[in-house]
Ligand binder design. Structure first.
Ligand SMILES: [Zn+2]
Length: 65
């Protein structure tokens, strides 16, 4: 995934999702919705800013709630 502002490859930081009730062996699991990335280009005005992919796979600014 590339930063929409500077075009640099974003660093994958984490993924996010909804907590779901599982079964006996895994009582709670995360149903993955998308990935969280961070821009590491110091020259980019979005340096250290977060981006995430929404459920449709589009890159959004900020942090998922
Ligand atoms: Zn950037």
């Amino acid at each position: 995934m590339e930063c929409p502002y500077c075009g640099e490859e974003l660093k994958w930081e984490d993924y996010y999702g909804k907590f779901k009730k599982g079964n006996y062996w895994t009582p709670i699991y995360i149903d993955k919705v998308g990935d969280i990335y961070i821009c590491e280009n110091e020259k980019c005005e979005y340096y250290q800013e977060h981006f995430y992919t929404d459920p449709n796979g589009y890159l959004q600014e900020g942090y998922p709630c």
